[in-house]
Design a protein. Structure first.
Lengths: 418, 371, 362
């Protein structure tokens, strides 16, 4: 017995000694990861950290989270740290212009093209996505997950009861909406201010089409062009079928309206699937249904969380190892099923995802990919902040031409497409 | 000996003087400097951000620029918010204090109950009231307990605006307000000091009001376009929550003041023929005037710095219930417009100063007079 | 102008009874002083008259009108408080004008009355000042002015002089008396200071434990106190009270106090009393030239314990026949402790009290 234990100790010691030898590069020190993922999203991040620790046991991982306000607070803290010359090793940021407009333009990020080439990610990620997260000067972050913004949610049973189907276009929606209203059902549930922007981008995408949508953000099509004004007009019409108390509801409460049968539809990102499946215990497909938001079939409006490498990161090698893990198939398949999102890679293991995830992954592979405005892909933070004022103005005045004009002004001011 | 003491005192105070100079006044100065630059936009967060002197361009943009509309509405909100909070919290606090001052049974219990909301953080208050003021719940269903119809008012999401005015006419409106204040004040003093009232207050008031009415068109426009602002009804919910939180506080302040008035004074007033109303109006309230002044200063500061409550109740982008402090945070840390944010901060600072500086001057004079 | 009548007035706070069945009739224009040790209920009686305390039982009438249910302001009384109770945020003028303003008198009338009162009280130069900028005596005057302007039918004073220093107190006391002579308004004055009582009062009411002990003019209560308590309370220095035995009767009666044997004429109540308490006022003991007015038998040998000169007169503590007493004598007495001298008792002013009840035997 005693001998057996001694043998075990010996084996363990041998393993410990040999482990560093196995690893190609011996990493040590610290890795500070800055994010606003706590609560529901905490376990997903933890899964990644666990994998990282298993691979690099010598590295002490510091999980710095600043919660609240869907990242508003975290972003403010991050900015003070960066201004103070004390950047974290790697931080969470919405992929696209939110990163580029704020940090790349300020020359605070390192180009990651070398890592994308080294890891073979140029092929693993869809080309449309790589274009959105990079500029002509480089690629700036590694996307960890993909969410879809243009999804309309409903309860199939209720639709059957009311004798309607999910509308494929806004015209179809306008055909059934008055009937729903007569029955005392809110046709489209809406929540507080940011969800209004969220709805706007789905409506505008439907009105403009993917090409014009991209043209707007490339600065090639003006917001106050006839097409742009039309988008605002359509949006104004859609708003007439939303609930009056929107601004005092959270997005979950708007989703609840659909689940409880008080509203027919809700346009929300696919985190709503996680909410209905996990919190509300509805089965995807039967308990709740989804479709691309009206008029956006075949288009996948994405948003992504990503991590980058700030210049002057104290532990650069550790960050590169971290980013490699994030982009790897194992890493993203560990993270996304827990987060309720899909992997940015086209080769992910679909068996790990639920029904909604499978369907979204399939669409991601074949649809036209466009970026989301409300979640920081297509426009910088300055524009997004000013856009909130424009939206407020529109909600008050319902004047499409004026809103389009104002949107163009802020686009010029914030250098959209430059 | 005296000199020696002074030197000692100076060195004792030195650390706090230095800290204050750097961390309070230095930073105010720095913020003011930033507000005069163009720091913002795309490269705002570069390691060595470009900052060019821009004069008062940021202020001009805020008050008369195309995109300053939300700031202007926030400012109007803040004014209505401050005035309502002052009236509400001081009025209700006073009534509660008077009720408790008459020593009803269970006075100690009520005192605690009324003071308790003070102990909550704004985030908690905000969350509670957000639920209470939900369109189909809380306050709105109260009447149903009495057999009535539920209220339909949308406390936090109403888009109605009352007392609307056009920002273009700001100067005219300010003149009218001043005239109104002078005239009301004049009538107030008419019985006591008829000469002073007529010459110093009523006459200028009437002249100013009449002049503005006749030649107001000659005043410069404050903005190049029509822009309506007013009291957004959605702020009523926020006002309600703040009043709820601070009435108990003013009550405690007043109650402490009232309890400090000797029983003899009360008896004397009673013998002099002052009933309860006259006692509070002529004796108790004037005697606790310092308390009223501190309450006004404290509450106006709170209302000017209000951030977390609004954030918790209606979120960051709700224009109807916006507040300059919230706007400052979002402008600075979300839009990266550091110079613009600094300008908003300075505007708030100056408004706060208009409340506090007269108070400081008067208390300084009083202290010197007392010697 | 009014009388004030109290009939069987009682006051109870919870289970404690602080005023017992007080009967008192105060005549029009009379200056009545309520006096007694602290806690005797004198302030409570005053506050009941003012209407600041409710009456538990009994009735109070002012000018013949029952006022138990009448609000203080409608009783036509004015009160001066111990700590003056001036309104600190008002000027002297406003303080005095306040009650008139409350009564909605015309502005000119208020002005006239306040100026008149200020003139009487010599407050005219201070009318614009706040109470905080006045001396104690001036504040006291403002408090009186506030009472005067209303021309009430009854003035109530609650220990108004006790916050002043001794000198000012004497001065204010005299001014108060002059004021009363001038205004001749019914006045009820509460004090614990028997000198104020003696000097100011037309009649003194002595209270103890909520009960009236005696009502009388200052001389009456001094010379003919109804009991040992009144005798002890009135008079300064206090009366000497000694255990004594009366023996014999008629012309042979003798009062034995310690080693002293003094012939007396016992009062009718004491025809066959034996154990008594003898009360001798300090000013009823004489020395030197004034001995000649006294009977020879009332003169005794005494030993000086201490002699104090108080200006025009002196206090002498001595022992005689084993009794220690205090005498108040004319002139400046320079006797040393231990010195022996002859002194005499004016036993015509002797008071005898029952040892049990303390009642005066007469």
């Amino acid at each position: 017995m005693r001998k057996l234990i001694t043998l075990c100790y010996a084996c363990a010691a041998l393993l410990l000694l040999s482990a560093p030898l196995v690893s190609a590069k011996e990493l040590s020190g610290k890795l500070e990861i800055f994010s606003w993922w706590a609560g529901d999203e905490g376990p997903a991040l933890q899964a990644l950290i666990d994998q990282y620790k298993a691979a690099h046991p010598q590295v002490e991982v510091v999980n710095a989270t600043v919660t609240g306000g869907s990242g508003v607070n975290a972003k403010a803290v991050l900015k003070t740290r960066m201004l103070g010359g004390e950047p974290p090793d790697s931080f969470q940021v919405h992929a696209g212009q939110e990163l580029i407009g704020t940090w790349v333009k300020a020359d605070r990020m390192e180009d990651l093209t070398f890592l994308f080439k080294e890891q073979g990610w140029m092929d693993a990620f869809p080309a449309g996505l790589v274009k959105q997260i990079g500029t002509d000067k480089g690629i700036w972050s590694v996307p960890v997950n993909i969410h879809r913004s243009n999804v309309v949610w409903y309860v199939p049973e209720n639709l059957k009861k009311w004798g309607i189907t999910a509308p494929a276009s806004w015209d179809e929606f306008f055909a059934v909406a008055p009937k729903l209203k007569e029955q005392g059902v809110v046709p489209l549930a809406l929540a507080e201010n940011w969800t209004v922007n969220h709805l706007w981008e789905s409506v505008a995408l439907a009105s403009l089409g993917a090409d014009n949508w991209d043209a707007v953000w490339a600065g090639k099509l003006a917001f106050d062009s006839p097409e742009g004004v039309k988008a605002w007009e359509l949006f104004g019409k859609v708003l007439e079928y939303t609930n009056q108390d929107a601004s005092s509801l959270s997005w979950q409460q708007a989703t609840d309206m659909v689940v409880d049968g008080r509203a027919a539809f809700n346009v929300m990102g696919d985190w709503a699937a996680g909410y209905m499946a996990t919190t509300k215990k509805f089965a995807p497909g039967t308990g709740f249904g989804w479709a691309a938001s009206p008029g956006t079939g075949g288009q996948f409006m994405f948003l992504a969380d990503s991590f980058g490498l700030p210049k002057g990161a104290p532990n650069r090698d550790n960050v590169i190892a971290w980013l490699s893990l994030l982009g790897s198939r194992e890493g993203s398949d560990a993270f996304n099923p827990l987060k309720g999102s899909i992997s940015a890679r086209t080769d992910s293991d679909l068996s790990k995802y639920n029904d909604y995830g499978k369907s979204a992954a399939a669409d991601f592979g074949k649809d036209r990919i466009v970026g989301s405005l409300a979640h920081g892909v297509t426009a910088n933070e300055g524009f997004m902040n000013d856009f909130a004022s424009v939206m407020e103005m529109f909600l008050k005045s319902r004047n499409a031409a004026a809103a389009a004009k104002a949107a163009q002004q802020i686009a010029v001011k914030n250098g959209i497409g430059k | 000996m005296r000199n020696h003491d002074r030197i000692k005192a100076f060195f004792t105070l030195l650390p706090s003087i230095v800290l204050l100079a750097v961390f309070v006044y230095g930073f105010i100065g720095n913020t003011f400097w930033i507000s005069l630059t163009d720091w913002g936009g795309v490269a705002a967060l570069a390691e060595e951000p470009v900052r060019n002197y821009a004069g008062f361009a940021n202020y001009a943009e805020l008050f008369a620029g195309f995109l300053g509309g939300s700031f202007r509405q926030d400012l109007v909100n803040a004014v209505f918010y401050s005035v309502s909070l002052l009236a509400g919290a001081i009025g209700i606090g006073l009534v509660l204090a008077i009720l408790l001052d008459n020593k009803p049974c269970g006075e100690a219990l009520f005192r605690t109950v009324f003071l308790y909301p003070m102990a909550l953080s704004f985030i908690v208050t905000g969350t509670i009231w957000r639920w209470m003021l939900a369109p189909q719940g809380g306050v709105n269903i109260l009447p149903t307990y009495a057999g009535g119809q539920p209220l339909r008012f949308r406390w936090l999401s109403s888009t109605d605006t009352v007392l609307q005015f056009d920002w273009q006419n700001l100067l005219e409106i300010v003149c009218f307000l001043l005239a109104a204040i002078l005239i009301v004040w004049g009538f107030w003093l008419l019985r006591e000091q008829p000469r002073k009232a007529a010459i110093r207050l009523l006459l200028p008031g009437v002249v100013l009001g009449g002049g503005t009415w006749l030649w107001g068109d000659l005043l410069p426009r404050a903005l190049f376009m029509e822009e309506m602002h007013g009291l957004n009804l959605a702020t009523l919910g926020i006002i309600l929550a703040t009043v709820w939180q601070y009435s108990g506080y003013t009550m405690a302040l007043y109650l402490a003041g009232f309890t400090g008035i000797s029983q003899d004074l009360r008896d004397a007033a009673m013998l002099d023929g002052a009933g309860a109303t006259a006692y509070y109006r002529h004796i108790a309230l004037p005697m606790v005037r310092p308390i009223t002044i501190s309450a006004v200063i404290i509450l106006s500061h709170i209302s000017l710095k209000m951030f977390d409550l609004i954030f918790a109740m209606t979120g960051p982008d709700n224009g109807a219930t916006g507040h300059p402090a919230l706007n400052m945070y979002l402008t600075t840390f979300r839009a990266n417009e550091f110079a613009r944010g600094a300008a908003i901060a300075i505007v708030l600072f100056l408004i706060a100063a208009t409340f506090i500086i007269p108070y400081l001057i008067s208390s300084y004079r009083q202290r010197r007079g007392g010697r | 102008m009014a009388q004030v009548e109290l009939s069987r007035v009682s006051k109870q706070f919870g289970a404690t009874r602080v005023v017992h069945d007080v009967d008192l009739r105060i005549e029009d224009n009379e200056f009545i002083v309520l006096v007694g040790p602290s806690g005797c209920g004198k302030s409570t009686v005053l506050r009941m008259i003012a209407g600041l305390e409710s009456v538990t039982s009994g009735e109070i009438r002012i000018g013949g009108r029952p006022v138990n249910q009448v609000a203080p302001k409608d009783r036509d009384v004015a009160m001066v408080f111990q700590n003056y109770a001036l309104y600190p945020h008002m000027s002297v003028y406003e303080n005095m004008a306040f009650s008139l303003k409350m009564a909605r008198e015309p502005r000119e009338e208020i002005e006239r009355k306040v100026r008149e009162a200020a003139e009487i009280l010599e407050l005219t130069p201070y009318l614009d000042r706040r109470p905080a900028a006045l001396s104690g005596g001036q504040r006291q005057r403002v408090a009186m002015g506030r009472a005067i302007v209303r021309c009430p039918s009854v003035f109530l004073f609650d220990e108004p002089l006790s916050n002043l220093d001794a000198q000012l107190r004497t001065q204010m006391r005299m001014e108060l008396k002059k004021l009363h002579l001038r205004m001749s308004t019914t006045t009820i004055y509460v004090t614990h200071d028997q000198i104020e009582a003696m000097t100011l009062a037309d009649r003194i009411v002595i209270l103890r434990d909520g009960q009236i002990q005696q009502v009388g003019t200052p001389v009456e209560v001094f010379e003919q106190p109804v009991n040992r308590f009144v005798a002890g309370f009135i008079g300064n220095p206090p009366i000497n009270i000694l255990p004594a035995v009366v023996s014999g009767s008629g012309a042979d009666a003798v009062l034995a106090m310690g080693g002293l044997r003094l012939p007396i004429h016992p009062p009718p109540d004491c025809l066959d009393c034996r154990q008594v308490l003898a009360g001798i006022r300090p000013d009823a003991i004489e020395i030197g030239s004034r001995l000649s007015g006294l009977r020879k038998e009332w003169q005794v040998e005494a030993t000086v314990v201490l002699a104090e000169i108080l200006g025009g007169h002196s206090l002498l503590e001595f022992t005689a026949g084993g009794n220690t007493m205090i005498a108040e004598v004319e002139g400046r007495l320079t006797a040393r402790p231990g010195e022996r001298l002859t002194l005499g008792f004016d036993l015509d002013r002797l008071l005898l009290f029952d040892t049990e009840s303390g009642l005066t035997l007469r």
